[in-house]
Design a protein around this ligand. Structure first.
Ligand code: S3P
Length: 174
């Protein structure tokens, strides 16, 4: 059987990975899965409760185990990831890496204009302190860029525009 490559969406918290993934699914043959959703269902707990009760280190272990499972078992799928998932060792082996990129301030603006903004912030423990989150953004961005096969700048673009750009760039890349 032909092993069709996965697309792995990476990028900072709140950049719009979930929304862009849904737009890609609507406009292509892909189906999508989300590492945070898989972890919440495996652990039967919300991410924020895993952080609170088990700690971040435990969460990263779960991400690592999930990454090994994805590499072995998943193909032809759009995999949306949590903002720190990119640190797993085998990311390149899972598929084509697509970075959704945007400046920190634009990301925060995007979250704050959402009708459910409070919840969006509350469910992300690493966004509770915006000063620290900004530092984390600047620490991670060069690492995201170094890993990415494809970069889509999502700033001031609709989800549909981002999805179309992503599909075009990924098709050129494979
Ligand atoms: C994290 C991002 C979150 C979630 C967890 C940790 C991170 O996912 O995995 O709170 O380290 O950036 P989103 O990027 O979907 O917010």
């Amino acid at each position: 059987m032909e092993n069709i490559k996965n697309i792995i969406l990476i990028g900072f918290m709140g950049v719009g990975k979930g929304s862009v993934a849904r737009a890609v699914v609507k406009n292509s043959q892909f189906i999508s899965i989300d590492t945070d959703d898989l972890i919440e269902s495996m652990e039967n707990k919300k991410i924020k409760d895993i952080f609170k009760e088990e700690g971040e280190k435990y969460f990263r272990e779960v991400e690592k185990n999930l990454s090994l499972w994805l590499e072995q078992n998943v193909s032809g799928t759009l995999i949306s990831t949590g903002g720190g998932f990119y640190k797993v060792e085998n990311l390149k082996k899972i598929g084509t890496i697509v970075l959704l990129d945007s400046p920190f301030d634009a990301i925060i603006k995007r979250i704050k204009k959402h009708p459910n903004a409070k919840n969006k912030l509350k469910k992300r423990p690493l966004l509770s302190d915006l000063k620290k989150a900004k530092e984390l953004y600047h620490e991670r961005r060069p690492q995201y860029l170094a890993l990415a096969d494809v970069v889509v700048d999502v700033t001031n673009k609709s989800e549909l525009e981002c999805a179309k750009e992503l599909l075009k760039k990924v098709n050129k890349n494979v």
